[in-house]
Design a protein around this ligand. Structure first.
Ligand code: M5T
Ligand code: MG
Length: 587
């Protein structure tokens, strides 16, 4: 089996790899390991169909027994028993078929979820910035589900009903060879109609799945930004936007229903049944077959009803499943630029950081940072200052390869970050983001996020160093207090100190504090100051801040302006040399 060699920031060595070159091959590579279930499904379906066909055959024999010149009543009881016995066995085989289909459907769903989740974790930030969360969620949940449905009931019914269709061909010739005529005509037109149907169906099911993805994207964004929506009193606008997307989805579904309704085999079945009966009666009139043969043949024709009926929704299910498979595959196959570099440099970090003519942009034709060059010695504290949008956040994200420099190099300990083992690089660098994300779990778990095996003692030590212990213990549940998804129950300053506690616990060699929230009261400010001073000790620290006191005691100050270094040096040097810097302090 071939595998895709996409770069990934995170990989797990798995014995099982899937073929991602096309949706059909991908589904097949997921299915093939469960060949034994497929065999169960086929045995179950074949047995079920064969035994279903025995019923009209026995009934036909019963009619012949009764209508014979000398009625053979004694044959009826054995025939009845045969019918009962065969139908009991049939029920068991049917169970096997349904069970097999369900089993493989669930197994596939689980494996695909696994594959997708691992792949998503391995994608770069560039990918995650572009790909809307709601759409990813739709693919990871509902689209995966559709593949489950594709097997059960989809494939289950297709296989089951196909074998029903085969039965008239096997059993009719024993009455008369000519009786193959109607089933043959039926099968030919059926498959032509089906072919047409599947072709017109696939763009429609694609549209259904895409409309769902769009709907979900909007929903996720509205919920995520609910505060903004409410703050701007935009509920109504949101509702109408949502309605528009919901209508699009409805239209796609209606179109699917329209196609299903126009599917022609129901008509074909009617014609086949009527035509078949006529044909059998003509043969009977000519004395070619017995009355029992007519009865049995009509019963066999009735078996065509199952494929006709099942095909409308079973094939839609398969088409939906394939549309979903394509959508999932699209996610799996989307490029991610960074890779884990598992064989890369992975030593203990000293903390020297060097930018060498570095430039960066979020998209190729727009540069956010230009010609950045400076070196930070291990243990130094660097303040990065500049107006909003100057590129401060972007600059520090190059250090741990959240983003990758477009030109020039970023070196840590003299080693290009591209040559570092990505996990080792990121483990030793801690970035406290501007917008601190807390998970919806307890405070203790949030602090221990980067070190899940930390003891309660370690957690408390870290919290104390981060000046967070005091407010944490003021909660009734203390360290076990639950935090809302985004830490909404905490203030900005409290969140920041939790994030600092996280950093204390993981003890990174390089600490980056992106702190543009300056609206904090002075008592809290004092706490945070002390926490940051403690955190900066013994490691290289980047501070993005507007707080003059912090800027002042930094070893190195980088003044950014429009993505370029406007001035660089210590406080005293810059006070003398830089007009831009003096202006910051005179405000
Ligand atoms: C610098 C642009 C942004 C700005 C420039 C995060 C992000 C930023 N930008 C993008 O195009 N895409 C993005 O995903 O880059 O942005 P920054 O580095 O975030 O600026 P800052 O940290 O100095 O600003 P602030 O407001 O945090 O002080 O032009 O449009
Ligand atoms: Mg910023």
């Amino acid at each position: 089996m071939t595998t895709s060699n996409l770069a990934s920031e995170f990989t797990i060595s798995r014995p099982r790899q899937y073929n991602r070159t096309s949706a059909v091959r991908w589904i097949w590579s997921h299915t093939a390991p469960y060949w034994w279930i497929i065999i169960i499904i086929f045995i179950g379906a074949a047995g079920n169909a064969g035994l279903a066909a025995l019923m009209p055959v026995y009934i036909g024999q019963a009619f012949d027994a009764i209508t014979a010149a000398v009625p053979q009543i004694e044959r009826l009881l054995p025939l009845t028993l045969l019918i009962i016995g065969s139908q009991v066995v049939r029920a068991i085989l049917q169970l096997g078929r349904n069970f097999g289909a369900d089993l493989i459907a669930q197994k596939l769903e689980r494996n695909i979820r696994d594959e997708l989740y691992i792949s998503l974790l391995g994608k770069s930030m560039t990918f995650h910035n572009i790909q809307p969360v709601g759409d990813t969620m739709a693919r990871a949940t509902n689209d995966v589900r559709e593949i489950n449905f594709m097997y059960s009931p989809g494939v289950n019914l297709v296989v089951g009903s196909f074998l029903f269709m085969v039965m008239p061909f096997l059993f009719a010739p024993q009455y008369h060879r000519d009786l193959l005529l109607v089933p043959t005509l039926f099968a030919i037109t059926y498959f032509i109609a089906l072919w047409e149907y599947l072709h017109s169906l696939s763009p429609v099911t694609d549209a259904v799945r895409n409309a769902f993805g769009k709907l979900n994207t909007r929903l996720a964004e509205a919920l995520d930004g609910i505060e903004t929506v409410k703050g701007a009193a935009q509920e109504e606008a949101e509702v109408s936007l949502f309605n528009k997307l919901a209508l699009k989805m409805r239209d796609a579904f209606v179109k699917q229903g329209d196609l299903e309704a126009r599917f022609i085999p129901m008509l074909l079945y009617g014609l086949a049944f009527g035509g078949g009966l006529l044909h059998a009666l003509i043969l009977y009139r000519q004395g070619e077959i017995q009355i029992g043969g007519v009865i049995a043949y009509v019963g066999l024709l009735e078996m065509l009803q199952f494929p006709t009926f099942a095909s409308t929704f079973a094939y839609t299910q398969i088409s939906l499943g394939m549309s979903s498979a394509r959508r999932i595959l699209e996610l799996l196959n989307s490029e991610t630029l960074l890779d884990q570099n598992a064989d890369g440099y992975a030593e203990l970090m000293r903390g020297e950081v060097c930018f060498r003519s570095t430039a960066f942009g979020y998209n190729p034709n727009e540069s956010v940072l230009t010609d950045i060059s400076f070196t930070v010695q291990p243990g130094q504290t660097v303040a990065i200052v500049g107006q909003t949008g100057a590129g401060k956040t972007s600059l520090v994200k190059l250090i741990n390869r959240t983003y990758e420099a477009t030109t020039g190099d970023v070196l840590v300990d003299g080693v290009n970050v591209r040559d570092w083992n990505l996990a080792s690089l990121r483990e030793q660098i801690s970035i406290i983001e501007q917008d601190i994300f807390l998970f919806s779990s307890t405070i203790a778990e949030n602090i221990a996020f980067g070190k899940p095996d930390a003891t309660q003692e370690e957690i408390e030590m870290a919290a104390k160093a981060a000046q967070a212990h005091e407010f944490i213990t003021s909660f009734t549940d203390g360290y076990q207090a639950e935090i809302g998804e985004r830490g909404v129950t905490l203030s900005g300053g409290q969140r920041q100190r939790l994030a600092l506690a996280r950093a204390f616990l993981t003890d990174p060699r390089i600490l980056v504090l992106d702190d543009s929230t300056s609206a904090i009261d002075s008592a809290t400010e004092d706490h945070i100051q002390r926490a940051i001073a403690a955190a900066a000790k013994g490691r290289t620290t980047f501070l993005i801040t507007h707080r003059l006191s912090q800027i002042r005691w930094a070893d190195l100050i980088v003044v950014l302006k429009n993505g370029r270094i406007a001035a660089i040096g210590s406080h005293d040097e810059l006070m003398k040399s830089s007009e831009a810097y003096r202006r910051i302090f005179s405000e």
